[in-house]
Design a protein around this ligand. Structure first.
Ligand code: ATP
Length: 196
């Protein structure tokens, strides 16, 4: 059997229970050997830089996934200059693991915008996708891509949490317990992240 590698890209500003749920579901349901958690330097479809530094986001990802030995936090995108293009990351991983099955894990909100990703046809040739429902977004790809996207819809309950909502709660001075892994909550407190 070829090695199966999941890829969970994102800004992880901060990482939360939705990210962990997506990775766990993909790992279990697709028999993945490992899941690479890859924080973006600068995500393409976002205005504004991440709030927390790359070093903090990487540290928080390690804490969020600490109990999952199959999760590997991979800092390659934060070491690259400029926008972090998923297709470049997929090309690198395909070169490094030529016989591996690569599975890009994403939330339905991102699947709905897949047609806006750079060189998406090339990306679809390199990876298959696994999607977790989120906020009522459809779990099917945009119509223009339906013939090229290889997709598994993960069977897991939606997790209603977002980094934006967590940052807003922290800025208001709340200590959100729901959705923030304990180690991540501690790191945020120790480093006084996301305060007004
Ligand atoms: P923000 O609120 O800042 O936009 P986010 O919560 O969407 O951030 P990202 O780091 O941008 O987090 O997400 C990385 C990946 O994880 C994306 O594919 C996203 O769809 C997915 N994801 C994030 N939160 C969830 C969730 N609650 N359920 C399912 N997938 C999620």
């Amino acid at each position: 059997m070829p090695v199966a590698i999941g890829i969970l890209g994102g800004t992880f500003d901060p990482p939360h229970a939705g990210h962990v749920a997506a990775a766990v579901a993909a790992h279990e349901q697709l028999g993945l050997d490992e899941v690479r958690v890859i924080p973006a330097g600068q995500a393409p479809l976002r205005t504004g830089a991440p709030v927390a530094s790359a070093a903090d986001r990487i540290a928080m990802c390690r804490l969020a996934f600490a109990e999952h030995a199959w999760a590997v936090v991979d800092d390659r995108e934060t070491r690259r200059d400029g926008t972090s293009w998923s297709v470049e990351t997929a090309r690198e991983l395909a070169r490094e693991h030529p016989s591996a099955r690569l599975v890009w894990i994403l939330g339905a909100d991102q699947l709905a915008r897949l047609d806006r990703w750079k060189e998406v046809a090339a990306l679809c040739g390199l990876v298959e996708f696994a999607v977790l429902s989120r906020d009522g977004s459809p779990t099917s790809p945009p119509a223009a891509l339906s013939s090229v996207v290889r997709l598994t819809v993960l069977d897991a309950p939606p997790v209603q949490v977002s980094s934006t909502a967590l940052r807003e709660a922290l800025r208001r001075g709340d200590s959100p317990r729901n959705g923030l892994p304990l180690g991540v909550a501690r790191h945020i407190e120790e480093r006084s992240l996301y305060q007004a």
